[in-house]
Design a protein around this ligand. Structure first.
Ligand SMILES: Cc1cc2nc3c(=O)[nH]c(=O)nc-3n(C[C@H](O)[C@H](O)[C@H](O)COP(=O)(O)O)c2cc1C
Length: 384
């Protein structure tokens, strides 16, 4: 399991971010630094479960490559001193144009798991998206922080889908995010090679009894997590299911995992308030492009009908600037925040949000933007 940042001296609850001076704790000079720190701290099979993509990991590599190809033309002499970083998401003001991507089983990386990351997100003014497959219940997560959005995987049992939506709403979640790119789990070959299974202390807390045994049954040469998912998830969804969901809740609805602009239009037609242009962190179709590559076309296709978020490989404030300049309303950040949780629990997550905010402020200042909205007017050059 991950080691706390400062094992010799447990931090008091109100401790400042623990990514402090070298010697006191592992030092993170940037959000991106947490990846290497976490790799050193985590058991290799847990690191692989989080870091890995599907197949040959082409889509995973495409995410970082797409970001690196985007150059942003900064504006000069615009009198910017200290830009604002706040921006609305789903019509509500947030401290950053960022939400925490839904990620399953966060107790794998740190015993404090989802409630710790949600609490840090809440303190930073950033929405936290609780996964259907979280290792704490949606009620525990919503009680730890806020705002919390709930990510829905469509289960084979529609009664359980209804119940999950109702539970999320009762728990105080302020938006629903339906993930549409997981008809089956993409082949995560690292997990297959590792014979990866959940340890006894980690389980799908929102889904008691839904063939939980499968996720824990380690067999060499198979991924127990993939077997559990294919037993639990419905694979033959259609856009009419999205419309059904739209009719069941008044919460803002986000459709996560579209890449083709035609699907983004269908999501808007079905009543989505936002789409997430995403290849699921390179974990689903290995031939998929990066979300960032498709972002401008999706933005053009949906116009102002819905918000357009993007994810995949975003590992710092400069990447957020790139996404904004390409027309994103905001971004989801996944692995970098999980790495910070792994390294330091709540304190690591606090440090990560502080670094991300500072990096975005620096990027906006250097680009001559007074706020995230102005970044959408920047010009970009996409090479290659
Ligand atoms: C360990 C892990 C678990 C994930 N679990 C979920 C999930 O439960 N639901 C979901 O919609 N996406 C899930 N994703 C995908 C993320 O929400 C997001 O699309 C992706 O990680 C973004 O890329 P990034 O990690 O490079 O930021 C998961 C990703 C990782 C790395």
């Amino acid at each position: 399991m991950a080691e706390p940042l400062a094992p010799a001296a447990p931090a008091p609850p109100a401790a400042p971010p623990a990514a402090g001076p070298a010697g006191a704790a592992p030092f993170a000079a940037s959000l991106a630094d947490f990846a290497a720190l976490a790799r050193a701290a985590l058991p290799p099979e847990v690191y692989d479960f989080v870091a890995g993509g599907s197949g040959a990991e082409t889509a995973l590599a495409a995410n970082r490559a797409a970001l690196d190809r985007v150059a942003v033309l900064p504006r000069m002499l615009r009198g910017i001193d200290r830009p604002r970083t706040d921006a609305p998401l789903l019509g509500r003001p947030q401290a950053l144009p960022v939400a925490v991507a839904p990620m399953a089983y966060q107790r794998l990386v740190h015993p404090d798991g989802e409630p710790a990351l949600a609490a840090a997100a809440g303190a930073a003014g950033v929405p936290y998206v609780a996964s259907t497959l979280s290792s704490a219940t949606v009620e525990q997560i919503a009680a730890a922080g806020g705002p919390v959005w709930f990510q829905l995987y469509w289960l084979r049992d529609r009664g359980m889908v209804r119940e999950l939506v109702d539970r999320a709403q009762r728990a105080g979640c302020t938006a629903l995010m339906l993930t549409v790119d997981v008809p089956i789990l993409g082949p995560r070959l690292r997990d297959v090679r590792n014979g990866f299974a959940l340890p006894p202390h980690v389980a799908a807390a929102n889904l008691p009894g839904s063939r939980d045994d499968l996720a824990h049954a380690g067999t060499p040469g198979t991924s127990a997590v993939a077997r559990h998912t294919s037993a639990a998830f419905a694979s033959a969804l259609t856009w009419s299911d999205v419309a059904w969901l739209r009719g069941r809740t008044d919460l803002p609805l986000v459709v996560k995992g579209v890449l083709d602009p035609r699907d983004a239009v269908l999501a808007a037609d079905a009543g989505a308030d936002a789409v997430v242009v995403s290849n699921h962190g390179g974990r689903q179709l290995d031939a998929a492009p990066a979300g960032l590559t498709m972002l401008p076309q999706v933005r053009t296709a949906v116009g102002d009908r819905c918000e357009v978020l993007v994810d995949g490989g975003i590992s710092g404030g400069v990447d957020v600037l790139r996404a904004l300049a390409l027309g994103a309303t905001g971004v989801l950040v996944g692995r970098p925040l999980l790495w910070a949780l792994a390294v330091g629990g709540r304190a690591g997550a606090d440090a990560a949000f502080a670094l991300l905010a500072a990096e975005l402020r620096d990027a906006l200042t250097l680009a001559g933007c007074a706020d995230p909205a102005e970044a959408r007017d920047l010009r970009t050059i996409t090479e290659g």
